[in-house]
Design a protein around this ligand. Sequence first.
Ligand SMILES: [Fe+2]
Length: 370
Amino acid sequence: MHSLFPKETCLPPKILYQKGCLAELAKETAPFGPRGIIVHGASFEKKGLKETLVESFRSSKLAPEFFCRAQGEPTLEEIERVIRKGREVRANWIVGIGGGSVLDLAKAAAGLFHAKEQPAYYQEGGELREKGIPFIAVPTTAGSGSEATSNAVIINPEKKVKLSIRHQDFLARKVLLDVELLQGLPFSVMCQSGMDAWVQAYESFISKYATWFSENFALKAIQLINRHLIPALTNGREEDLNGLLLGSFFSGIAFSHSRLGVIHGIAHPLGVLYGVPHGLICSVCFAPSIKLNLPVIRQKYEVMSQTVGMDLLKRVTGVLAELKISSPFKGKAILEKEMILRETLKSGSTAANPKPVTPEDVLFLLDEIF
Ligand SMILES: [Fe+2]
């Protein structure tokens, strides 16, 4: 039976959606205690945001520590480093200001702050008994939707796997949605993260766990991203950046209540094996997933086509062509095919795909993108 409402909702208790609201960060962290860590990426310093923040914390008589993370996706070892730094300063909270990788790292470090075991234990499904410290999310890309979810995607380089660490308490206590932070993003970052958000909304909308609640957030995300992605990339107008920022956030709310689909199932092993950005993999799997699922999603396909104003598959291939996104795998050999099959088929995302996914389906996807 199609359900109206999820069995359990999981929404950040406070969301600030206002241009310039980064300036409120010191005030918003204060109720959680005086000491904290701000996790960020390299572009944060280049944009001069660090000085602005230091100044605003100083006027609140607070001095947070900063943790600048390297490029790439977060690893288990990196979580341990943030926790170690946080424990040294007896942090009361952790803020993540950045894209999905920064938010996931800060979220996992805050959630596992008092954990007795190593992060790998929880990634393998170990039960977390200790409460962490508050996590505050400030996305600077649109986006992974990580600001709306209670899981962090983390790489275990030794085992060559990329898996979520998930706990309801990981959810951000506060989210600051500030459109100013999206200004000046590199083209490739905005393009790939925007496509990731679109794919997430699509997978959520067709997920077999979708409800009226998640579908409405997913469909609004599809509408916003479809309307604003290309204009945001070409002219950077605030109205379009705002559309993307909200589209990404809604996509996160949607999929955190419905899970995803086979694109996210296959994107994780491919990301680890080839070191290709997550958003790029999702982009090139978009059309193949539509072809795979179409026989079982006809009605929803019509709704999505109406939402984007034309046949969805044509729209997706048109947008990818306009953004000059092509498969980075074309012409390459498929490495570790057995491992890709195994990881894709056992993924929780794949389990939510509306068409039950067979090994042949995974091979079809690989064939489409290689
Ligand atoms: Fe994604």
